[in-house]
Design a protein around this ligand. Structure first.
Ligand SMILES: Cc1cc2nc3c(=O)[nH]c(=O)nc-3n(C[C@H](O)[C@H](O)[C@H](O)COP(=O)(O)OP(=O)(O)OC[C@H]3O[C@@H](n4cnc5c(N)ncnc54)[C@H](O)[C@@H]3O)c2cc1C
Length: 380
């Protein structure tokens, strides 16, 4: 059978695109035996689909590029589209949309909607060439000749779930620039000075992390390999190298406890285990707060702006996303079509667009797919 469009990948973006196109228009090629592998494990198994708070400010990307797609198919459009097809959602943490029951529900829904196209599973795309008006997509089984190719093959994170560099290789083969890629939304490893953190593995506390001009609030989890948890994952998006600053006692004024007869370790707003480790590190003897001298309080103040220089990240095997990717100034923001090659499209994470923690990466995968579908259908 002859298709007009081949979609490379079977993740969030590819499935949404397949769902939006007219029946039988496209073949979707995924090298996993099932589509949507990442969606299944996302959001702790419940998939953080999107966020009520949306906008280009939540992305590390060229502002004008992301804005168009986010407005063309925004979080309300997405949730309405999913609900109309029977998905039950719930809002958690104030503004984040999750599946009410399981991420399986959204994978099943998307797979069903996408099944009006040919879904080709367990087949790996090897390369793409263009001769005249037609692309040849070569896989490990055969070749396809089509008018349009959509590269929705994602980034490099979680190789065990099928991530590959095929999208970047295809883009480069067609003369596109691929900006430097790095793991993001990922834990950070530590230098020698913070090795005492490792003894705290398993403990967590609320913090505010400052990276350059960005502030990331939430929980910090001490892990065996370094630090993790939502605030750290979010901060990793902006961290390149150099120091980050952690406020371990956000909103807490030490003045409040200075007259107390209780022990410092009882009054500081951190879990006991963490407090004790910091007191040892700062060379502070646990004693009643009113007996503590000014110099000691000055040292405790440093917990509001604890500076550390991460050694690196936990890497692609643990990263939720890949930052960097196909340069967006070479792609049309309204259609996601290459400005260099007619009929070649890129959607989702393969582009140099990375969202913060909180459902932004799926929103991008879906919004960019929506714009691409509009263009392919000639509706733009
Ligand atoms: C553990 C984890 C949790 C996450 N949680 C969230 C969350 O809750 N909310 C959120 O917004 N984002 C989350 N993300 C990020 C989100 O999953 C991605 O940003 C999103 O899936 C990107 O969609 P995509 O379609 O562009 O790429 P992907 O979903 O990665 O899909 C790309 C597909 O292409 C396939 N592929 C690759 N190479 C080839 C090839 N050569 N031939 C054929 N097929 C190929 C892959 O197997 C994959 O199925 C999470 C990611 C991880 C890893």
């Amino acid at each position: 059978m002859k298709y007009e469009t081949v979609i490379i990948g079977g993740g969030a973006s590819a499935l949404m695109l397949a769902a939006q196109l007219p029946k039988g228009r496209a073949a979707l090629i995924e090298h996993n035996p099932k589509p949507g592998a990442k969606i299944l494990i996302s959001g702790g198994g419940k998939c953080n689909i999107t966020n009520e708070k949306m906008g280009s400010a939540f992305f590390l990307a060229e502002e004008a590029f992301v804005r168009y797609a986010l407005e063309a198919f925004d979080q309300d459009d997405l949730i309405a589209w999913l609900k109309k097809r029977g998905l039950e959602v719930e809002i958690r943490k104030g503004s984040q949309y999750f599946c009410k029951h399981s991420a399986k529900d959204i994978v099943n829904l998307l797979s069903k909607e996408a099944s009006k196209q040919k879904l080709i599973l367990s087949e790996e795309v090897l390369d793409v060439e263009k001769r005249g008006a037609y692309f040849t997509i070569r896989t490990d089984r055969r070749s396809y000749s089509v008018k349009e190719v959509v590269v929705a093959s994602g980034g490099l994170s979680f190789p065990r779930l099928g991530a590959s560099d095929i999208g970047y290789r295809i883009a480069e083969a067609f003369g596109h620039t691929v900006t430097r890629t790095a793991p993001a939304l990922v834990g950070l490893t530590l230098q020698k000075e913070q090795f005492f953190f490792k003894e705290l593995a398993g403990a967590s506390t609320d913090v505010v992390i400052t990276v350059g001009e960005h502030k990331c609030e939430g929980s910090l989890l001490f892990a065996h390999k370094g630090i993790s948890g939502p605030a750290v994952l979010d901060a990793s998006l902006y961290w390149e190298k150099g120091t980050i600053e952690i406020d371990f006692m956000p909103g807490f004024a030490l003045d409040r406890i200075k007259k107390s007869k209780k022990q410092l370790s009882t009054m500081l707003p951190l879990p006991k285990r963490i407090t004790k480790a910091f007191l040892i590190q700062l060379g502070i003897k646990d004693s009643p707060c009113y007996q503590v001298d000014t110099e000691t309080y000055r040292r405790l103040e440093t917990l509001h702006r604890y500076r550390l220089a991460p050694a690196g990240t936990f890497g692609y095997s643990k990263a939720e996303v890949t930052k960097g990717g196909i340069a967006t100034d070479e792609v049309d923001e309204r259609s996601m079509m290459s400005k260099r090659v007619e009929g070649l499209y890129f959607t989702g994470e393969v582009l140099d667009v990375t969202g913060r923690l909180g459902g932004y990466n799926f929103q991008w995968a879906f919004s960019s797919a929506y714009c691409c579908a509009k263009d392919i259908k000639g509706e733009r």
